[in-house]
Write a protein that binds this ligand. Sequence first.
Ligand SMILES: [Zn+2]
Ligand SMILES: [Zn+2]
Length: 377
Amino acid sequence: MKVNAAVLVASGVERPYADSRPLRVTELELDPPGRGEILVRIGAAGLCHSDLSVINGSRPRPLPMVLGHEAAGEVVEVGPTDDISGAEFAVGDHVVLAFVPACGSCRMCLAGRPALCEPGAVANRAGTLLSGERRWRGGEHHHLGVSAFAEYAVVSSKSAVRVDPSLPLELAALFGCAVLTGAGAAFHSAEVKPGETVAVFGLGGVGLAALLAARAAGASQIVAVDIVQGKLDLAARLGASHALVGGEDVVAAVKDLTHGGADKVIDTTGSEHVLAQAYHATRVGGTTVTVGLPHPDRQLVLPALSLVAEERTLKGSYLGSSVPRRDIPRFVQLYQAGLLPVPELVSGRLRLDQVNEGFDQLASGEAVRQVIVASTS
Ligand SMILES: [Zn+2]
Ligand SMILES: [Zn+2]
């Protein structure tokens, strides 16, 4: 079938992207879903920093690639299945797409850690679906098994999670990356407990989702740190007890506000320099969690003694260490109960042909979550 999609043709080009237009919105030919795959009409797709990292070249990926990895939509076709229990999805199901397919049978999936699915990682690096195939007939690559900057996408059923159809797709999309990563970082990786103090460095969609989750978990104090005033204002509205402008003095300021350092500190910035600050802003005996993805050449320098002498924990968290099929429905229920006000994270709506302008907004630091919404015409 013919599908309009945003294809990244070159990475590392100059900004503004509104002029250099690294993403070309064009008509592609999409093959039907293969065995264990589904065709999804994309209802909404969020613009995430991990897309920007591919565009600006800090996460090299095979090109050309149809970007977009945070999305929700409706199943419109189900590929053949050889499972005797039948297909996992039916036409009409609403699904959130997760950016790591979970095969369900590798060592990491069996350990309950599908974010680290081994064949999933191989497929994501190669720009294929879990099957190893590409369904864009022109040979374009899939982004993290999703490729949602398109009217339709073929995905592995292992990349999809069924959700309550009453949830608007525009919100559902955010559960695939920002909420899964941010709330997962707070709940699963930092394991925020009632009464603990928390600091969040970096207030994009992921950081603010972490803030919301820390609040839902009963944190007594939440210090939010960013360099953009508008995001600090939003964090304060969403329940941060203090909003601090990032910089060289921020470690001392967090320690002062939390009387020695926050019990749990979550870094979402992707900067090794800020991660080191997050570590130093963590209380002795506390846990520092990072979900950021610095350039692969960067090194983190920390005082080695402090890990033992101060019983510190430094944790990486991919996909919020979540189990998408368990956690996306749970986090949706928390939203429905009023405990995770995800609509607050949506800072703008775009059409597919405005995608380059959207990434200028994201790169400028002004946008929290912009969502490409399918035209209803
Ligand atoms: Zn993302
Ligand atoms: Zn697996």
